[in-house]
Each structure stands twice: as structure tokens, then as C-alpha cells.
Design a protein around this ligand. Sequence first.
Ligand SMILES: Cc1cc2nc3c(=O)[nH]c(=O)nc-3n(C[C@H](O)[C@H](O)[C@H](O)COP(=O)(O)OP(=O)(O)OC[C@H]3O[C@@H](n4cnc5c(N)ncnc54)[C@H](O)[C@@H]3O)c2cc1C
Length: 373
Amino acid sequence: MNYETILIGGGLAGLTASIRLAQKGRRVLVIERKTYPFHRVCGEYVSNETRPFLQSLGFDPDAHGAANIQHFQFTAPGGRSLETSLDLGGFGLSRYLLDFELYKLAQKQGVNFLLGKTVERVEMLPDLDEFDVETTDGQTFRAPVVLGSFGKRTKLDTTLNRDFMKARSPYIGVKYHIHTDFPKDLIALHNFRDGYCGISAIETDRYCLCYLTTRENLRRHGSIPEMERAVLWRNSHLKRIFNESEPLYEKPEVINEISFAPKRAVENGILMVGDAAGLITPLCGNGMAMAMHGAKLAADLTDEFLSGKLTRESFETQYASTWRRHFAGRLWVGRQVQKLFGSERLSDVTAQAFGLAKPLLGAVIRATHGRPF
Ligand SMILES: Cc1cc2nc3c(=O)[nH]c(=O)nc-3n(C[C@H](O)[C@H](O)[C@H](O)COP(=O)(O)OP(=O)(O)OC[C@H]3O[C@@H](n4cnc5c(N)ncnc54)[C@H](O)[C@@H]3O)c2cc1C
């Protein structure tokens, strides 16, 4: 098969970009190292700014039982709590369902998939103006465009010698699906020492409980349950949730080495999309929206390039500058806000400040979100 675009990674960025390209009549291959459906560490709150795009792809979150989330609660470890309504709001849907449904939709649109295969090498062949993409089992595929939609961190980042891989990152993420008693229209962010934990409803009366903390915090306490009891439970809201919930799978999903460092949107001619281009701190609840928005921008420019309307150089520079314009500011604000939650005292002061100046909280939410696209 002669492909026009190869996407490395079939998360939200890869799946939505592939559908968009297939809708434009492009021959597309997605290479994904796992097989659908599968769980991922993610808070599973999706900003409503994504709804028009999802609709254009033929996906309606409400038809799959998405929770409709309109309110936000923020608590500090000392128990201070404040609530506000969200301008745009969002929906809750598990990644297990969302990614699987988008995969099925992509297949219907004619996207080709190679599942359970990991890409280990991408090479530009300057004479042919095409890329060779090789998987660990020795298969090679060729296409004029490669989109890097392989997420936060993968061996390929090392192969590509990307700057952010040169430093270790201290963050880990932990996720549960639970049954609990909690308002379905609320997303809460509960702070604790060296981390924060989000909870919000997803489909079928389930809730996603997901937190970010540091490897050091885990090391200090020896195990995830010990750390939760010793640190997370110091926030009374979290203690109640943990004590009054039923976990729905045996062990939580865990990932480590989560980096929020700036990345380059184009590396060795590969357009990076989603977390591969830059990961916003999870407390913003905007990573999935950014992944999908970036996918839309990349797919549209790819189509222009393949139609001969752009040279390769302007294809790459336009993507890099468009990406920066849409997302770099949000990432920066997200990093600054996350710094306020490092210590118990600081997050308590932050909660107090946001409580006194509610417009400030609204301004931070707006600065970390985009408009519907
Ligand atoms: C703790 C935490 C909580 C979060 N909560 C939220 C939230 O509530 N709301 C929100 O909007 N965002 C949230 N995010 C961010 C969100 O999860 C990401 O921004 C989003 O998943 C990015 O999608 P993606 O397609 O770029 O990457 P991913 O969804 O990670 O997909 C990348 C895919 O590439 C595949 N892959 C990797 N390497 C290779 C390879 N070499 N070959 C083949 N395949 C490969 C992987 O298997 C994976 O399927 C959270 C993030 C964290 C860490």
C-alpha cells in the first residue's frame, strides 16, 4: 500500500488526525503499539471546546453516555474549598471508550491500522523527499508525511535526540475507575503535598480518580496505598472519597517520567502532535483538547502540502508557528499554576486568594483553555 501519511501512535491526536485526513481522501496508516481497547492514565475530563471538531469527525460524546460537567471545585489540604461554574464546561468519558470508538470510526473512514507494533526508527530520505518508518519487527513503510502522535515519552524521543529527554522528570500519574457518591456535573481538584487529584464522572455511573505526584513522594512512603494514606488522606475531601469508593479494577494504572518541559513542534521533518509536541499540566484539564486541536491543524496543513500548495519548508514553519500561537501560552500558564501546588501551605494560600478573587480563577481557567474549534 502506498501511504500519503503515516501517524506514529493512535491516541487522541493520532486517531483524530487520521480521521480528518481520511475525510479529505488521504491514504493514511496509523501504527499503534497497543491494541484497542485499553486503559490510559488520564483524568478523562474533556473540554467542550472539542465538541464541534468531534462532531465533524462523526463522534457524539452524548450518544456514548458522557457526563456533562459544568462546575469546578478546588480544595487545599487544610480543607479550604471553593467552587465556581465553568464557562465552557466539558464532558467525562473514559479513554477506554473514547479511543476505541474513534478507532472504529477511523476504520470506517478507511484509515489503515497496524496494531501491536512499535515504531523504532524514522528516517527522512532527502533524494526521494519521503520518510522510511521502521517497526521493531523489521517492517518498513514509506510516506511523504509522518506525524509524531506518540504521546508524552517514548524511546523514539531518544532516537530523535529530543532535548527534553536529557533531563529526568519527577512526576508520576495514577488512575482509578471507581463507584462513589459524587455529583455528576462537578469536577473537583483536591490538593495534597507534592500533588493534586482530580475526580469527575464518566459513562455508566463510573468516576475517574486520577492524580499527579512525584516519584520522591512515592519513594518516601514505599507503596501507592501507603502514600495515599499518609499524604492524600490529609486532605479530608480525599480521605472521604477513598473511604467511600469501590475501585473497579484491581490495581491502578500508573505512569512515570511525565515531563512538562517545552518541546519542538517539528523534529527532523516530523510534525509532532498532541503530547509529543508539548504536554500541558493536567490540572488545566486541557491536554486532550490540545491534542485534538493540534491534530486538526496538522491534518489540514498536511492536506495542503500533499496537494502541492505548500513547499516542505513552509509546511514545517507554518505548523511550528501555528502550534506556538495556539498552545505555547497555555502550556506556560499551566506550568506556573502547577508551581502553586507544590506545598500544602502554598496551595492553601492559593485557595484563599482564588476564594477572595473569583475573577482571578476564571481568568486562569480561560488562559489555559482555547475556544471551540
Ligand atoms: C495524570 C494525568 C491526568 C490527565 N488528565 C487530563 C484530563 O482530565 N483532561 C485532559 O484533557 N487531559 C488530561 N491529561 C492529558 C492527556 O491525557 C493527554 O494530553 C492526551 O492523552 C494526549 O493525547 P496524545 O494522542 O498526544 O497521546 P496518547 O493518548 O498518550 O497517545 C499516544 C499513543 O502513542 C502510542 N505510542 C507511543 N510510542 C509509540 C511507538 N514508538 N510506536 C507506536 N505507537 C506508539 C502509545 O501507545 C499511545 O497509544 C492528563 C495527563 C496526565 C499525565
